[in-house]
Design a protein around this ligand. Structure first.
Ligand SMILES: [Zn+2]
Length: 438
């Protein structure tokens, strides 16, 4: 065990990417003439000021209402937008483009791609437990620069797990208390429950997770959002928006219990292969600057695959599934449910970092206003994990995780991609240093 730990320390240290503090010491910084989108979904402030002191936001609001400290360094960003750093609340922090291969040593590239793309918080919903806990803890301790991370550790699945290398098999109700106790001891942030679990095991998990104050996120495929899963003391958070329209009985059962969902439209778009039909999106700097040529070549080969009957059937099924999931995003949003943005990266065409911007575009395509889509990747992302006291909106006292953007993402969601500056806990991220070196 000792040898194992030492091995990781050696790996982690030499490749940390430095972030620069604002000004000198604790000198505050005031962004002036900013358009401020605070993450709450309201109309932007057109001539706003935001003051950062240390790692937190000291003041934010219309210019006339915010006192600029006498010793502040002033950054006039005339007409540019400030919004909270974005969050991807469903990804798997692993290498590969196909959602299947895992190369844990690729972690630095993925951290870089996420931060480069303005993602300042992520939730890993299934991974190798010791690996993901250590990455999370190294970031939290400031020894590794990366987005704040929440994690599930392993996926809990049945006797024959879908993702064996990152799953625990739970095959009896009797096992459940010990499994949950162990995960709590191992300091996971959430529990992820998968499709192979029986109803009785799932019910036991709901009870034990609640006793241990651990949020339980469920993915049971087509049963997500169904009455049978949400009846009684049932599931209260789903890792995906349902693929079938929830019945009115299910909606009535879920509403008072404030059931929460993660959007994950990007992964279904990947299965539908819609994005692979035109690879022009690979020219995006968020992909080009962060992805090795070999990975892009593999993706091009995948896109050129000749369709056989089974692939054609899968494309038809997933095209319909994307329509259904998109329509459910709108239905659940309009019914007042909490939805947080998440991608399920990596999948073909779903990249760490860029994927979240694509997810926002798909949410808007589903009929959601751009400002509400941004709220799903900021305020709602924080709420779904109970982080709203610390991050998710631009308010005094919260961590200064923010982006300076060219354009108007409140009017054109694609503009979230035009990132000029990323600030992580009060420090400007050196985006140049995050770019992939040839
Ligand atoms: Zn997933």
């Amino acid at each position: 065990m000792k040898k194992f730990r030492l091995g990781w320390v050696v790996l982690f240290f030499p490749i940390c990417v430095q972030a620069d503090s604002f000004g000198q010491g604790q000198r505050p910084v005031a962004f002036t003439h900013a358009v401020i989108i605070d993450g709450n979904g309201g109309a932007p402030i057109e001539n706003g000021v935001l003051v950062v002191r240390g790692e937190r936001i000291e003041g934010v609001g219309p210019a006339a209402s915010v006192q600029i400290p006498a010793d502040a360094a002033v950054r006039d960003i005339q007409g540019k937008v400030i919004l909270p750093g974005l969050a991807d609340m469903h990804l798997h922090f692993s290498h590969g483009w196909n959602g299947k291969t895992t190369d844990l040593l690729g972690y630095q590239r993925h951290l870089n791609a996420l931060l480069y793309s303005g993602i300042t918080t992520v939730m890993d919903t299934g991974n190798s437990l010791p690996f993901i806990i250590q990455v999370r803890d190294e970031i939290a301790a400031g020894r590794l620069i990366g987005p704040r991370m929440y994690c599930a550790g392993p996926i809990l699945d049945g006797a024959d797990p879908s993702w064996p290398s990152i799953s625990y098999s739970v095959t009896s109700v009797e096992q459940v208390p010990a499994v949950v106790r162990r995960l709590k001891q191992d300091r996971v942030d959430i529990i992820k429950a998968y499709g192979g679990l029986s109803d009785s095991i799932l019910a036991a998990l709901v009870r034990e997770a609640s006793k241990s104050s651990l949020a339980l996120f469920v993915d049971q495929g087509w049963r997500n959002g169904s009455l049978e899963l949400v009846m009684g003391d049932g599931v209260t958070a789903f890792a995906h928006v349902p693929d079938f329209p929830p019945s009115s009985d299910a909606l009535n059962m879920m509403k008072p219990r404030q059931v929460k969902f993660i959007t994950t439209l990007a992964v279904v778009e990947s299965y539908s292969r819609r994005r692979l039909a035109d690879l022009a999106f690979l020219e995006s700097s968020l992909i080009k600057d962060t992805t090795p040529a070999a990975v892009l070549a593999e993706l091009r080969a995948e896109a050129a695959r000749v369709y056989d009957d089974s692939l054609s059937a899968s494309v038809r099924e997933n095209t319909q599934r994307l329509r259904m999931r998109s329509s459910n995003v709108k239905t659940l949003f309009e019914a007042g449910f909490l939805l947080a943005a998440g991608t399920d990266a990596p999948y073909p065409g779903v990249f760490q970092g860029e994927g979240l911007h694509r997810e926002l575009e798909l949410i808007v395509e589903a009929g959601i206003r751009p400002l509400d889509a941004i709220t799903m990747a900021t305020r709602n992302a924080a709420r779904i994990i109970g982080g709203e006291q610390e991050w998710g909106t631009l308010e005094p006292g919260k961590l200064a995780n923010l982006l300076v953007i060219n354009g108007r993402p409140d009017q054109k969601i694609q503009d979230t991609r035009n990132i000029e500056t990323v600030v992580l806990q009060g420090r400007i991220v050196d985006r140049e240093a995050l770019r992939l070196r040839p």
